[in-house]
Write a protein that binds this ligand. Structure first.
Ligand code: UDP
Length: 239
């Protein structure tokens, strides 16, 4: 392991499910605090961090559509859920005195700043953690796609995709105990094998912009910084 971080600027994707902890719904503040402390440690290492938060712990648009409702309205509800999560994570970071801004893809000026690429670049260069809320701002997309998009816009050197397990497996290791774990894959292999790590649009966008995706366990305390320092358990997706 080296003390100099591997990357200067990264994008962390934390799903809503991660923030939920062991609860069935909503936000477990202890989990948000723990993820925030990992981000704070990354900042201590000098790494500039952007974060895209999901919203699945609060709402998913397909839930409305599957019951005969309007998908677009459902997706608006999902995107609002990501804003709630972003505010929760920002609160946890500020408790640790980490300067943090929330930039939303959907304008809500009383609550947070609106996203523009210029603002994001400015805040990151000032050493602030930038939390990207509201996904892409468009229905029919996911926060994985938002992660790839924001990573490209902020010139991130890597996307850190925090998941429930410590990398990409040939099958869900919680259901298939002898599933094999990959150390390294290309973006094309992830797409060809149909590995469920990020959605196809997100992986394709990362491939097009030559951004590596590092898949690791969001629940492993210190895991984020271990990888930034050159160690840790992960699967690296790069071409
Ligand atoms: N969503 C959307 N556009 C986006 C990002 C998210 O419409 O660009 C909506 C969509 O309904 C999605 C919900 O927000 O189901 C929550 O996002 P996601 O499912 O990606 O969250 P995660 O699975 O990461 O918790």
């Amino acid at each position: 392991m080296t003390s100099k971080p591997l990357y200067k600027r990264v994008l962390l994707k934390a799903s809503g499910e991660a923030l939920m902890g062991s609860q069935g719904f909503g936000i477990d503040v202890a989990v948000a605090d723990r993820i925030a402390s990992d981000i704070a440690n990354a900042r201590q290492m000098g790494v500039e961090v952007g974060v895209v938060v999901g919203g699945g712990n609060i709402f998913r648009g397909v839930a409305v559509a599957s019951k005969g409702g309007d998908r677009v309205t459902g997706d608006h509800m999902g995107m609002l859920g990501t804003v709630i999560n972003a505010l929760a994570l920002a609160t946890s970071l500020r408790k640790l005195d980490v300067e943090t801004v929330v930039l939303s893809a959907i304008a809500m000026p009383e609550i947070c700043e609106s996203f523009t690429q210029r603002r994001a670049q400015h805040h990151l260069a000032q050493g602030r953690v930038v939390i990207f809320a509201g996904g892409t701002g468009n229905p029919y997309f996911t926060t994985d796609s938002a992660a790839a998009l924001r990573a490209a816009e902020m010139n991130a050197e890597a996307i850190f995709k925090g998941t429930q397990v410590d990398g990409i497996y040939s099958a869900d290791p919680k259901k298939v105990p002898d599933a094999t774990r990959f150390d390294q894959l290309t973006h094309s292999e992830v797409l060809e094998k149909g590995l469920a790590v990020m959605d196809v649009a997100a992986v394709a966008l990362a491939r097009e912009n030559a951004i590596p995706i590092i898949v690791f366990s969001i629940h492993e305390t210190g895991g984020f910084c271990d990888i930034l320092a050159g160690g840790g358990r992960k699967t690296i997706v790069s071409d």
